[in-house]
Design a protein around this ligand. Structure first.
Ligand code: AHR
Length: 506
């Protein structure tokens, strides 16, 4: 451990009775957009030595499978608002190269709906498909759904079969457009306009396949001037046809204030609470019995690559866009964002770390070369691996600090997951203190005969340390040293650290 013993102490109580909700594993979803090298040079690179017969990289698949990603959003993102899905199906030789306007690249359409759906199935992930409500609308959406999900005997389903995909893809989750509130979005809409088109699209899509789940577009971030009125107005239209409303949020440390940066998950907390309240307001207004759930389908740190991106020439295939190289403090905030979603497991039922490969991603690749884990890979891995079960509300008594944009920020940020069948309890904890270790005492007397089986720690002397293809300098170890005595866990959480304390009944 890197810090000397100090007086900083925090207490926590955990009990089976403090159940928030069963965690929907889909909160560990991710996102692959036709953007930069996410698809071309990321998951797909036909000329790569590790490519499979379909052109998808096996080395990348292995890393994604390590993360056990239950659902992957596709094909965008901003990309979807200018996308003609028909360009990406059928014989490769007939597929057009298009000007892709969202990111100003050339889209070769070598990968499309069928290739992606097949690949996702192979790696054990569901697809969360987005439809284009920017340049298109009801017709293209219902046709795509028919193409993907109808078994056969109709124009679009038979077209899929003629393309070599006899069985329907059975895609359950569909996003009604992307960030339609944003001025950067092709075909941006007012809340009223979006509400109407989303409702009509949902209606038609449900007629094609009533078993689908739909995500209504929420605000692109808490900073949007239309937030949260956007949710109130759009949900007024879509409340009864949608199952989820989306939330998107990215954070950065542009002003080099790490204490403030690590507190940014408090904004995420405020975002979730506000959207849930707005949903409940619409529910009350409509005298509805239905609860709207939240799909946090874009979240991450994103800022490192902004300046470089501005200098990239347009109209190439797979340029290195949004290639944030993540440092150690980014991993801590990603950990806190995961913790925040776990504490709201009653409302947040899906979430997508944006994105998965190369583009603001936990996995990086070289064209023709290696693939490796960025710093943020690890909290995501741990949460996906150990964060399935019931989310329990930890009662936390922690010292606090004031930062530039936030007051009363607890140094200890924590979430707890209980797996009843496996008789396992996992405490996720971030110590936000940049200079001091935190002595944690956690009351687990309700868990008789539980013992520590592992205390995983992600720590580093340098908040700015990064991983490269040569060296994973930021990686976890299991020498955290937590102990359990007389029903209390005692753990020393190193300064600025991510901790996973695992207990199991003896
Ligand atoms: O994930 C990168 C971009 O961020 C997405 O295309 C868009 O939806 C968001 O603004």
């Amino acid at each position: 451990m890197s810090s000397a013993t100090t007086g900083l102490k925090a207490k926590m109580v955990v009990d089976k009775a403090f159940k928030i909700a069963e965690i929907d594993p889909r909160i560990y979803g991710s996102f692959v957009e036709h953007l930069g090298r996410a698809v071309y040079g990321g998951i797909y690179e036909a000329a790569h030595p590790a490519a499979d017969t379909y052109g998808f990289r096996n080395d990348v698949k292995t890393l994604i499978q390590e993360l056990n990603v239950p659902i992957i959003r596709y094909p965008g993102g901003n990309f979807v608002s200018g996308y003609n899905w028909e360009d990406g199906v059928g014989p490769l030789a007939d597929r057009p190269k298009r000007l892709e306007l969202a990111w100003r690249t050339i889209e070769p359409n070598e990968v499309g709906t069928n290739e992606f759906a097949r690949w996702a199935k192979e790696i054990g992930s569901e697809v969360m498909m987005a439809v284009n409500l920017g340049t298109r609308g009801v017709d293209a959406a219902r046709n795509l759904l028919e193409y993907c999900n109808h078994p056969g005997g109709s124009y679009w389903s038979d077209l899929r079969r003629s393309h070599g995909y006899e069985q329907p893809h059975k895609i359950k989750t569909w996003c009604l457009g992307n960030e339609m509130d944003g001025p950067w979005q092709i075909g941006q809409k007012t809340a009223q306009e979006y509400g109407r088109i989303a409702y009509e699209t949902a209606k038609a899509m449900r007629l094609v396949d009533p078993t689908i789940e739909l995500v209504s577009c929420g605000s692109s971030s808490t900073a949007m001037p239309t937030f949260p009125e956007w949710e109130a107005i759009t949900l007024d239209h879509t409340y009864e046809v949608a199952d989820y409303v989306s939330l998107h949020q990215y954070y950065g440390n542009r002003d080099h204030d790490s204490a403030n940066f690590l507190a940014r998950s408090m904004d995420m907390e405020h975002f979730i609470r506000t959207v849930a309240s707005t949903c409940d307001y619409v529910k009350a207004k409509k005298r509805s019995k239905k609860t709207m759930y939240l799909s946090f389908d874009e979240w991450n740190v994103w800022y490192h690559s902004n300046d470089t991106d501005a200098k990239i020439d347009p109209w190439t295939i797979g340029p290195p866009q949004l290639e944030d190289v993540y440092n150690f403090e980014d991993a801590l905030l990603v950990g806190s964002m995961l913790i925040t979603m776990l504490r709201h497991a009653d409302r947040v039922k899906m979430a997508c770390l944006a994105q998965l490969v190369n583009v603001i991603a936990p996995i990086m690749t070289e064209n023709g070369g290696r693939a490796w884990r960025q710093t943020i890979f690890f909290p995501y891995l741990h949460a996906s691996r150990y964060g399935r079960g019931e989310s329990l509300l930890p009662i936390v008594d922690s010292p606090k600090y004031d930062a530039q944009d936030y007051t009363d920020v607890p140094y200890l940020d924590s979430a707890v997951v209980y797996r009843a069948e496996e008789e396992e309890l996992t405490i996720f904890a971030v110590n936000r203190h940049l200079d001091e270790a935190l002595e944690l005492q956690c009351d687990v007397r309700g868990f008789e005969d539980y013992r520590i089986i592992e205390h995983i720690v992600l720590e580093h002397e340098d908040l700015k340390a990064v991983n490269t293809a040569e060296l994973e300098s930021v990686k976890p170890h299991s020498r955290g040293g937590a102990e359990c005595r007389d029903g209390f866990v005692h753990a020393r959480l190193s300064k600025a650290s991510w901790n996973v304390i695992r207990l199991k009944k003896a």
